[in-house]
Write a protein that binds this ligand. Structure first.
Ligand code: FES
Length: 94
């Protein structure tokens, strides 16, 4: 059985992500209303989340994400892969 990690998104039922799964994909699989206007290519910020706990359990922040992040705790969920339990909230940009 593959390793899975708890993902909590504020306001929604907790769910699990597979080890190394993109956070965006895990959210979509769980049925969350998360947008991905650019299709997951780090070219928009509609998939943005704010990480409240477990930032160290996500893959490293990529240079491509920087232009779309307003705060240190933010990530583009299409670029962040899950490697442990995390708590986030949806924080889409416009
Ligand atoms: S879907 Fe556009 S940056 Fe993530």
């Amino acid at each position: 059985m593959s390793l899975r990690h708890a993902v909590t998104v504020a306001g929604y039922e907790p769910f699990e992500a597979a080890e190394g799964q993109r956070l965006l994909e895990a959210c979509e699989d769980a049925g969350l209303p998360i947008d991905a206007a650019c299709g997951g290519f780090a070219c928009c910020n509609t998939c943005r989340v704010e990480v409240e706990q477990g930032a160290d359990h996500l893959s490293d922040r990529l240079p491509e994400e920087e232009p779309f992040l307003d705060a240190v705790a933010q990530r583009l969920s299409c670029q962040a892969t899950v490697h442990g339990p995390v708590v986030v909230r949806l924080a889409p940009g416009e």
